[in-house]
Design a protein around this ligand. Structure first.
Ligand code: S3P
Length: 185
């Protein structure tokens, strides 16, 4: 059973906050299934840059919403899911997240910028990674915070630190609360 009891553990947050690396690490450590929704999209539809180039951002969001809904609907207590940073803006995704234990990986520009150097796989950042990331942070932070059951501070933290902080916070909820921890969204 996942750290979240019968609920899947779902990681949200902006690009390059470590969602996939941390999610995979937690899943491997406990023998749970790990699903990265961006990876599912790429497997099925080609690279994210190609999808943006061919269908625009709105086309990408349609594909993304469908994949995320499928993954979240099929996720059980043995699953850890990492969501693409913008997927939480979709209403259906927000509804489905009410059935998960949602952890927000909170970061700042200084922490993510070194990871974004030379990154060509994230079309949204093409016009200046630092500025765009900071703008998206301002725009989306309220959404992430509203959806989150747990907020994990990743500033100046190694991936191991983040994994440990996440596990500590989930553990603190306890299995009973993890199953039915309730929140007011
Ligand atoms: C996006 C985040 C990316 C990817 C796409 C758009 C966003 O995923 O889905 O480039 O809108 O924040 P990661 O958060 O995994 O980088």
């Amino acid at each position: 059973m996942s750290p979240a009891g019968e609920k899947p553990l779902v990681l949200i947050g902006l690009m390059a906050t470590g969602k996939s690396t941390v999610g995979r690490r937690v899943a491997v450590r406990h023998g749970w299934r790990f699903v990265d929704t961006d990876a599912v999209i790429v497997d099925r539809h080609g690279s994210i840059a190609e999808i943006f180039a061919q269908r625009g951002e709105s086309g990408f969001r349609e594909v993304e919403a469908a994949v995320v809904a499928e993954v979240l609907s099929g996720a059980d207590g043995n699953t850890v899911v990492s969501l693409g940073g913008g997927s939480v803006l979709h209403e259906r995704t927000q509804e489905l997240l009410s059935m998960a234990l949602v952890a927000y990986l909170d970061a700042d520009v200084a922490t993510v910028l070194p990871r974004l150097e030379g990154d060509t796989g994230r079309p949204l950042l093409a016009d200046g990674a630092g500025e765009v990331w900071a703008r998206l942070d301002r725009e989306r932070r309220p959404v992430y915070e509203a959806l989150a059951d747990l907020v994990i501070d990743t500033r100046d933290a190694t991936i191991d630190d983040v994994v440990n902080r996440l596990e500590e916070q989930v553990h603190r909820l306890g299995p009973a609360e993890g199953k039915d921890h309730g929140n007011d969204r």
